[in-house]
Design a protein around this ligand. Structure first.
Ligand SMILES: [Zn+2]
Length: 563
């Protein structure tokens, strides 16, 4: 920025002039260079991707390699007249057209007339159409005719941010390259190079702020850098960058999120005050907070977060430290609150208030244990409800203060689900045989605990006059025990007493998977417990207090345990 010299914006001054200078699109460069080296260059290319990631720069580099006086080489020489003309945009054989402003059929007809002629002093006539999706339907049709039978000396390069808007007929005739968003680390690397060349003193964290502002676009990052340099000159402080770009200092985000996890409400509100003082947009701050928590969640959830997150190594270190003492679930519950707040802010007149409420809620989120206690309490009330119908009033008594403030009293009363006793889920006592068997086993248990414990694992196959046939799983310990002559004699004796008539006990082996055998008492107990558990879970899930708790805390039930 020497005096008198016209300042050239960085995006132009440092525009890549060869493939090796293209940042973040190595996959494109490699394929194009291979095509050039092998002499198999398509006649139409489509470059897609977000704005400012290098599509038109690549198109120009490609044009130079094709027309370079030195020869068709993987890199242009950038010295010959052809290269130089393309760089400054004066080549008579390279047409750069903006699809947005030249989108009519006449423009395309002019173009078609133009390309009929051989190049004046290059190998090819090269047509670069930027924002090609903006062309009208008629213009596309006119273009298609040329694309179907392109003259040997013509190459097309189309660039677009919205490839889905292109007709399939065009898409199918182009070799397509998808340009990626440039990663934060690569943008920072490039900015650091440029800062060096421009003799600018700036910290890595300030460069990260600038790169983040660019959001994956090299051009937007360079524009942000221009803005910073215009204001700060050659010595740039972190604070200036934050204020200038309206980006939030990562440290402030880290401080506020630490306050959230420490339930430090004072710290949370002081942090938001700070955000407001420097004039940040509250919704943007909320979005940054969401991204911050999302980063924490990823770090807590995967083994190699660096492969997923677009952050610098220093930021990763910092986030790692922060995530040490929190669980993924803790982060997730808070993240849900912020996402909800963010969507509410779109229509809110008091965005700061919404952020404050969300962060306070997040800070005061009860740890998971009390929620389980809540479920336990409700469960015990469910049991009580079988005897007393006045549960709703009791329910409002056990709800923790945080919840009860939000529960409309009548909603707790009116939407009470039917209590378990009335639910159809508990089956009626099955067959008379099962009941009789149950009584017999209970009788045996009373007389001889050891005999009874074996019988509990047997299925009553037959209970006729004078005969009880009991099945045990083949190969089981119980089958062996039951086949013992002494066991049979003892049980037979008890059976006679129980039925009042002479009874024969027969023990059979049941093949596993023999579905027709009635459940043994032990199996029945287990299956009843499972059913009970399922009912309990549904009861808890449907309970209005729990639903309200889920809504208020932004959480969900992961497990229901019976105590
Ligand atoms: Zn050249």
């Amino acid at each position: 920025m020497s005096n008198g010299t016209r300042y050239q914006v960085l995006a132009l001054k440092y525009r890549p002039q060869k493939f090796s200078e293209l940042v973040g699109q190595e996959h494109v460069s490699r394929t194009l260079q291979n095509a050039i080296a092998s002499g198999r260059v398509a006649h139409a290319f489509l470059f897609t991707g977000a704005r400012g990631v290098g599509k038109t720069s690549t198109a120009r580099i490609m044009a130079k390699t094709l027309n370079c006086a030195v020869g068709v080489t993987p890199e242009p020489c950038n010295e010959c007249p052809q290269c130089k003309e393309i760089t400054i945009g004066t080549s008579t054989d390279v047409f750069e057209i903006d699809g947005a402003s030249n989108n009519g059929v006449d423009d395309v007809r002019d173009l078609r007339d133009n390309i009929k002629y051989l190049p004046s002093h290059s190998r090819y006539r090269i047509i670069i159409i930027d924002e090609v999706h903006m062309l009208s339907t008629n213009a596309f049709n006119a273009l298609l005719k040329t694309l179907e039978e392109p003259p040997e000396h013509v190459k097309f390069i189309f660039a677009t941010t919205e490839p889905h808007k292109l007709p399939v007929t065009i898409l199918s005739r182009c070799q397509r390259f998808d340009f990626k968003r440039v990663t934060l680390t690569k943008i920072i690397g490039r900015l650091r190079d440029i800062a060096g060349q421009e003799n600018v003193t700036i910290s890595d964290s300030a460069l990260a702020l600038i790169a983040r502002k660019g959001d994956g676009s090299m051009r937007d990052s360079l524009t942000a850098f221009d803005q910073v340099l215009a204001f700060c000159g050659n010595s740039v402080s972190d604070e200036d960058v934050g204020t200038l770009l309206g980006t939030i200092d990562r440290r402030l985000l880290a401080e506020i999120s630490a306050a959230v996890f420490e339930a430090d409400t004072q710290g949370v509100l002081a942090g938001i005050k700070q955000v407001d003082l420097v004039g940040y947009n509250m919704r943007q701050f909320c979005q940054e907070m969401i991204e911050h928590f999302r980063n924490l969640l990823v770090i807590r959830s995967v083994k190699k977060p660096e492969e997923i997150l677009d952050i610098t190594a220093a930021e990763l270190d910092e986030l790692n430290k922060q995530s040490l003492h929190v669980t993924a679930l803790d982060i997730q519950r808070r993240l849900t609150l912020f996402i909800k707040a963010e969507s509410e802010m779109a229509y809110a007149s008091f965005p700061r208030l919404i952020v404050e409420m969300a962060l306070l809620k997040a800070a005061l989120l009860a740890p998971l244990v009390p929620i389980q206690e809540l479920i336990e309490k409700i469960k015990s009330l469910e049991t009580a409800a079988v005897h007393t119908p006045s549960l709703p009033w009791e329910a409002s008594r056990v709800v923790p203060a945080a919840v009860s403030q939000h529960v409309e009293p009548h909603s707790a009363v009116t939407s009470r689900p039917a209590h378990p006793a009335a639910s159809p889920a508990s089956p009626p006592e099955s067959s008379g045989g099962q009941a009789e068997w149950g009584r017999f086993v209970a009788f045996v248990n009373e007389k001889d605990r050891q005999l009874g414990s074996v019988l509990e694992h047997g299925s009553p196959l037959k209970q006729e006059d004078g005969l009880i046939e009991i099945g045990f799983p083949a190969g089981s310990y119980y089958l062996t025990a039951a086949r013992d002559a002494e066991f049979i004699a003892d049980v037979q004796g008890l059976a006679c007493t129980f039925t009042g008539e002479h009874t024969v006990i027969r023990v059979k082996s049941i093949e596993t998977g023999f579905a027709d055998a009635p459940l043994s008492l032990a199996e029945k107990k287990k299956s009843d417990a499972e059913q009970r558990r399922e009912e309990l879970k549904q009861e808890v899930e449907n309970h209005p207090v729990i639903k309200e708790a889920e809504r208020v805390f932004g959480c969900s039930i992961t497990d229901v345990r019976e105590f």
